[in-house]
Write a protein that binds this ligand. Structure first.
Ligand code: ADP
Ligand code: MG
Length: 230
């Protein structure tokens, strides 16, 4: 019965996901259809409409991209990588945006190597998702602290920000598909992140947050595990 229950939970999750995706993609498509109709009567068509159409296409594209990250990789290329190297790369990538918003990206770690067996492009995506959320929460003027530690078994990655934090109700919704408080958020970033960490890397994902204080995301990755995608 336990297995049956698990099956059932998966099925209902698929149902919820499908409903969410259908809803999220129907909106931009409905608006695009309207513009295409107008384009047909081209005397009413304003040049600005192209910008809106472009934005709506981009939104669909973003949703599809994030959903593709959620699906399991066709061929799992696990490799031994130092998490600090991946993080260093991501911080360089995010630095220009951080500087523009006057946000400090601080890294705190020692010189020992933190090697895990991983899908490195997926971990990169996870780090980008967390740092991006931290910076979006801060809006401007603040700091994001990234800590990496390790013991014999695990590597621990913490991403903290001094942004507005989250209420317990919000914390409970983190990782739920399409939960977003942002005007143009997809609400898929944390779902993808959780899936990559928990299912693909057998790790753990944890949030601590306090309103007006800030938020810390903690990820633990086991150094060794049966490299089989669940
Ligand atoms: P999106 O960024 O597209 O909104 P996510 O799944 O990445 O979707 O995040 C879901 C929601 O979780 C965000 O809209 C935000 O409300 C909340 N959230 C995530 N990270 C943070 C953070 N560091 N500080 C405050 N709120 C956060
Ligand atoms: Mg996000």
């Amino acid at each position: 019965t336990e297995q049956l229950l698990e099956e059932w939970e998966k099925l209902s999750l698929v149902g919820q996901m499908s409903a969410g995706i259908a809803h999220e993609i129907r909106n931009p498509i409905t608006s695009l259809k309207g513009f295409v109709q107008l384009l047909h009567q081209s005397k009413d068509f304003k040049a600005e409409y192209f910008q809106i159409m472009d934005a709506e296409f981009n939104r669909i594209e973003t949703i599809i991209k994030e959903l593709l990250m959620f699906s399991k990789p066709q061929k799992a290329n696990f490799c031994e990588r130092d998490v600090k190297d991946i993080m260093r790369h991501v911080v360089l990538l995010m630095d220009p945006q951080a500087m523009m918003k006057n946000i400090q990206l601080k890294t705190v770690w020692d010189h020992t190597d933190a090697v895990v067996s991983c899908l490195d492009h997926q971990l990169k995506q996870v780090f980008i998702n967390l740092i991006k959320n931290a910076m979006e929460a801060i809006v401007s003027d603040g700091e994001v602290v990234i800590r990496i530690d390790q013991d014999e078994e695990d590597v621990t990655i913490k991403v903290s920000d001094n942004g507005p934090g989250m209420s317990p109700e919000m914390i409970a919704k983190i990782g739920e598909p399409f939960f977003s408080t942002k005007e143009s958020g997809t609400g898929l970033g944390m779902m993808v992140t959780k899936n990559i960490i928990q299912n693909n890397h057998h790790g753990s994902f944890h949030v601590e947050s306090e309103v007006d204080k800030g938020t810390t995301f903690t990820i633990r990755l086991p150094k060794e595990f049966e490299r089989q995608l669940r």
